[in-house]
Design a protein around this ligand. Structure first.
Ligand code: NAP
Length: 321
């Protein structure tokens, strides 16, 4: 699929051999996988650079119940099926993290942790990482009771107590997943209304293992040498210490746009500012999925955007021929 060309793009002055493609797709979640399926089927010479988290955030979702065609499917099963389909269509995957990108002489130069590529076009589909709160104890106890992934870590909390912070779809879905294993679950939310899908929100709030802490903030995670032992909450009734073994944080996400800052315009939340859904401020760069400012962050919209982005690249390649 790839061919080597000599370019003069390396700043050291030495001519260096760099893998060259028509399209680089950065990311490994549903948006990137869908872009890969379409790019492969369009016959676009491309490579998918996925980091160490194949499947993206969707793969870390225990159960997806709103992706058409499946009344319920594990996020990891859905993304594995997408990757299999992309591979069978001819997509080329490399497990590399994109570190920086620049544009030189009408080509996009992509540097990863182990290689360099040039491409005519780039699709940014790097998704978003979990946001942190920056409260005392959060970083210290990360991996020792503090987690951003109930799907991954729930088994460690069998018959133990856990707290979930946040009120969005991620918080509620992952909290529901935890109710299957923990003995008690606290839900801490800064308002008195959940942002999550009402059906799931009601299911959680009415669950007999769940205690809700409305209008409350996580002030501190406390623990000992073994890990987390509790949290301190700021509640309307004042500060409260709650015993817990685990703290799961779902307070939003931060778009993974750092490597692309010199290529495209971002919005105030660091998401890629799109136009016509998948276009960006750079005509050689498209964006799809949670990395964008498109708003409705669902697997179904991510795959749609990935497909549109590859279709847009195909159209431009046809015009350039
Ligand atoms: P989100 O929808 O942005 O929700 C973040 C939650 O964290 C909100 O409830 C927010 O409170 C709270 N929060 C934010 N900053 C906070 C702070 N500093 N302190 C305390 N609480 C804070 O994020 P998400 O749940 O990760 O979801 C991201 C996107 O993915 C959403 O569009 C969501 O619909 C989508 N998603 C979909 C599914 C699905 O299967 N359909 C599953 C997961 C995620 P406020 O409510 O007060 O703002």
């Amino acid at each position: 699929m790839s061919f080597k060309v000599d370019t003069g793009l390396v700043s050291s002055g030495a001519i260096q051999s760099i893998d060259s493609y028509q399209l680089v797709i950065a990311g490994g979640g549903p948006a990137a996988l869908s872009a890969a399926i379409y790019a492969a089927r369009y016959g676009i010479k491309h490579v998918v650079l996925e980091s160490w988290k194949p499947g993206g955030q969707a793969a870390l979702t225990a159960e997806i119940e709103n992706y058409p065609g499946f009344s319920s499917i594990a996020g990891s099963d859905l993304t594995s099926a997408m990757k299999k389909q992309a591979t069978e269509a001819g997509a080329l995957f490399r497990m590399e993290t994109v570190e920086s990108t620049t544009e030189e002489n009408g080509k996009i130069l992509v540097k990863t942790d182990s290689s360099e590529y040039t491409a005519d076009f780039l699709i940014i589909a790097t998704g978003a990482a979990p946001a942190t709160l920056g409260v005392p104890g959060e970083e210290r106890y990360y991996g020792r009771g503090v987690s951003f992934c109930a799907t991954c870590d729930a088994p460690f909390f069998k018959n133990k107590k856990a707290i979930v912070v946040g009120g969005g779809d991620s918080a509620v879905k992952e909290a529901l997943h935890l109710t299957h294993v923990v003995s008690e679950l606290g839900l801490v939310h800064r308002r008195d209304k959940l942002r999550a899908e009402p059906y799931l929100a009601r299911k959680l709030v009415e669950h007999d293992k769940v205690t809700t802490y409305w209008n409350s903030h996580l002030a501190e995670v406390v623990g000992d040498d073994q890990g987390v032992t509790g949290v301190i909450l700021d509640t309307p009734e004042g500060r409260k210490h709650i015993d817990t073994d685990g703290v799961f944080l779902y307070v939003g996400t931060v778009p993974a746009t750092e490597p692309f800052v010199s290529l495209v315009e971002l919005d105030k939340n660091s998401a890629v500012l799109t136009r016509n859904i998948v276009g960006t401020s750079n005509p050689r760069v498209f964006a799809a999925g949670d990395v964008t400012n498109n708003g409705f962050r669902q697997v179904v919209t991510a795959v749609s955007e990935g497909a549109r982005a590859s279709a847009a690249v195909f159209e431009l390649l046809e015009k350039e021929e």
